[in-house]
Design a protein around this ligand. Structure first.
Ligand code: ZN
Length: 95
């Protein structure tokens, strides 16, 4: 009778323990499958879009296109710098 009670007590203690272990294993498996999923790269917040890279934007007075200072065709006229998208626009401007 005491052995039976001992078995019963052991059973009562072991069953929740097994369930706890299985639950932990299930959580580990879920974390593993979620972690294995490829993550899409996130752009850092506050990073400038590529269009704005390369310096200040200036408006081409001929065609109205905004060109970056680093790639623009520059012309100094009358103490003022003009920025063009191409030499063709600059030539049109100068006549
Ligand atoms: Zn232009």
């Amino acid at each position: 009778m005491l052995r039976f009670l001992g078995l019963l007590l052991a059973f009562i203690f072991i069953v929740p323990l097994i369930r706890m272990v299985l639950g932990a294993l299930g959580r580990i498996f879920t974390n593993f499958t979620l972690g294995a999923r490829p993550q899409t790269p996130q752009r850092a917040p506050g990073s400038r879009p590529p269009a704005a890279a390369g310096g200040t934007l200036h408006k081409d007075p001929v065609c109205g296109t905004y060109v970056s200072e680093s790639v623009a065709v520059k012309l100094n006229a009358g103490g003022q710098t003009h920025y063009f998208c191409s030499t063709a626009c600059r030539d049109k401007f100068t006549g």
